[in-house]
Design a protein around this ligand. Structure first.
Ligand code: 4AD
Ligand code: MG
Length: 481
């Protein structure tokens, strides 16, 4: 007999004379009630064991974490909380779990303990819910872009370029550390390396993505990206997943429209497909916040917050306006910020971004037209800006509780202007000659953005640390599993 998923059993239209379920024991109460979970839903199915007619040796092996197969009638449950339960006629222990040793006890564990046990934490309610929501959000990403006719492009993981020009890259090499080949001037001789040149893990698929947008019109990437930045924060990972659409003939306004519509689509999708998981996560967040001072608690419950993002336009504000707001705000005047905003040109820190979103506007914000010298080389220089006050057509989307969730821009499509910029920043033209070909041959206005997938999952699940929304987090000093 084939086993039926717990989700299907709980949603059954009627009682059934005989069903089989397989899963892992969450709890076993009174020598009688198994709460069985198989990962198909947050809900367990209650399996009622006829303990009087079950040998003691078997009863003793029904422990938290054990995998079992139960067969019996699906009957209406007398207990509160579930419509159906299984009246167990036959129970088989598939895999024992020593209750003295199994780390995931049915009690509250600290987040740190769960991170150390990332291979087992997925057996808890919270992590099961998070991972199902993450999966649904991934599908929603593809669904949105595929419905709109975007082409999915797999940009390389190993690359020779530094797309962001920030130099925070993991090197990829097959050279031996013991016998590193050197050039005459003592530098590492990458000509002898696997690819015959210096290579690294990609920090962004954008540059390769642009070349495809200039042929296929609208493309998106969705893949892993790597950053060797030593940021030990609750918002940074060394390995994270990024979604990068790139669209020919879109200007910055079109780009903002696309980002806003896309984010609202995927959130709506998750709300529709994961109501039970999100309800559970909402309750989890409420519970977590009970231990926080009132001022640090969210103003809205999780589902209200998600609904709010769907129903309200993102507020679009220029960098210049934002600086005026920040310069004159109370925390700046009272020197409460770690970085005081004195003048135009300052780079915004996450404390400033969160002030704008959480305290000032109280809704998602799109900041645009940033000073040229705090943004990447490929961004479109605005026409008619005063010397020393040059701005670029950049946009960052800031979310409550998250800070920056999206970074994007209209791209510099003018060959001469782009070359000037690269020269000024000492970026090797030869190395990026292939990228410059997009501007040499049939250049056109185009725009795109990158959305950090884990930051989206953080927002939707109401989790507060990015390490808890990716299966096996990689952060400075930690690459377990
Ligand atoms: O702002 P970033 O660096 O932009 C780019 O990489 C552009 N090439 C994107 C583009 O225009 N195609 O990164 C984009 C987003 C950020 O807004 C953030 O959400 C996420 O990627 N991100 C990270 N997420 C987790 N951990 C990190 N270390 C991240 N760094 C960036
Ligand atoms: Mg950014």
């Amino acid at each position: 007999m084939r086993h039926t998923k717990v989700k299907e059993l709980l949603n059954s239209a009627s009682t059934l004379p005989e069903v089989n379920a397989k899963g892992w024991v969450r709890t076993f109460r009174n020598n009688q009630f198994i709460a069985l979970n198989d990962g198909s839903t947050i809900n367990n199915i209650q399996c009622v064991v006829d303990f009087e007619n079950t040998p003691d040796e078997i009863l003793k092996r029904i422990t938290t974490g054990a995998s079992v197969s139960v067969t019996g009638a699906l009957v209406e449950s007398k207990g509160a909380g579930q419509k159906y339960e299984i009246q167990v006629a036959n129970l088989e222990i598939l895999g024992d779990s020593d209750p003295e040793k199994f780390p995931m006890q049915p009690k509250k564990h600290s987040m740190e303990f769960l991170r150390e046990n990332a291979h087992l934490r997925v057996r808890t309610n919270a992590f099961g819910a998070i991972m199902r929501v993450r999966s649904v959000l991934s599908f929603a990403v593809h669904s949105y872009f595929q419905e709109k006719g975007f082409v999915y492009v797999n940009t390389p993981i190993i690359t020779g370029s530094d797309a962001e020009g920030a130099g925070e890259m993991f090197k990829v090499t097959a050279l031996s550390f013991d016998k590193t080949p050197r050039t005459e001037d003592g530098k590492v001789n990458y000509k002898e390396d696997f690819f015959g040149k210096e290579t690294n893990l990609t920090v962004s698929g954008q540059l390769e993505g642009e070349t495809f947008a200039m042929a296929l019109g609208q493309i998106y990437t969705f893949g892993p990206t790597f950053r060797a930045e030593n940021s030990n924060t609750s918002r940074h990972l060394a390995e994270f997943w990024m979604i990068e659409p790139e669209v020919a003939f879109n200007d910055l306004n079109d780009n903002m429209d696309l980002a806003e519509e896309f984010i609202q689509y995927v959130i709506k999708y998750a709300l529709e497909k994961c109501p039970e998981d999100l309800k559970f996560l909402e309750a989890r967040l409420l519970d977590e916040e009970k231990s926080k001072p009132q001022a640090e608690r969210s103003e809205m419950a999780l589902l209200d917050k998600l609904d709010f993002v769907l129903k309200n336009n993102f507020k679009r504000v220029s960098y210049t306006e934002a600086i005026d707001i920040l310069r004159n705000c109370t925390p700046n005047k009272k020197k409460k910020f770690n970085y005081i905003i004195n003048e135009w040109g300052a780079d915004l820190q996450s404390e400033h971004e969160r002030y704008l979103v959480e305290k000032h506007f109280k809704c998602p914000v799109i900041l645009f037209d940033y000073p040229a010298n705090i943004k990447a080389f490929y961004m479109r220089l605005n026409d008619n800006t005063a010397p020393g006050k040059e701005t670029v057509r950049a946009m960052d989307i800031l979310f409550p509780g998250i800070g920056e969730i999206v970074g994007g821009s209209q791209r510099e499509e003018r060959f001469d202007v782009l070359i000037e910029k690269m020269k000024a920043l000492n970026i090797d033209e030869q190395e990026l000659s292939w990228y410059l070909d997009t501007r040499r041959f049939g250049s056109a206005v185009h725009s795109g953005f990158g959305l950090g997938f884990e930051r989206l999952v953080l927002f939707v699940t109401g989790m507060t640390n990015i390490r808890d929304v990716i299966p096996f987090p990689r952060t400075p000093g930690s690459a377990e599993f």
